[in-house]
Design a protein around this ligand. Sequence first.
Ligand code: SAM
Length: 197
Amino acid sequence: MRDQIIQMEEYAKEHNVPIIEKESIAFIMKFIKANNVNEILEIGSAIGYSSILMASVKEDVKVTTIERDNERYMECLKNVKKCNMQNKIDVVCQDALEVNLSGVSYDLIFIDAAKGQYTKFFEKYKYFLKPGGVIITDNLKFHGHVGNRDKIASRNLKQLVGKIENYIDFLKNNDEFETKFYDVGDGLSVSIRKNEI
Ligand code: SAM
């Protein structure tokens, strides 16, 4: 599997596909091991890099991952097959805001898709957490732009960074969830229901 992972890293670089930083996926894999996480929902598969690494942590981990871009979805399916993980990883090709889930719940929901929609993803998917389950969000530093909006010239980028800052405020002021922020990789948060701490 090591070779497949290296190939995915090279493909991502060559095709400009954003994948999680090594430090961040290492943090999440450690979290999965330490907290007995079995059922995972990932929003934003890209080519399957993080899904495959999460699923590789232990035998009983199952991942459902959602990707809206057809080309990336096809690449993800290919990689899951190459790693022989078809029984562990379910790839869904749809916009995560349009997916209808029912009768399922997860120990971990990993938000790693369109940054401007983080709050919507959180609000939609929080109902699918198991008791004690957590929501992890990536890219909260957004390559150092978060907290430095005044230095950004591009209007679109400024707007996007504003949305991430709003999401951070949303997490900080959330009555229902307690969130810890980690200065790992591009910035991660781990949110858990307050009555379950
Ligand atoms: N988790 C992947 C990894 O580390 O290997 C990287 C995911 S990449 C940062 C974000 C992906 O989310 C992109 O491939 C993008 O097409 C997808 N995406 C963005 N918004 C989405 C949405 N609303 N529903 C589903 N996928 C979405």
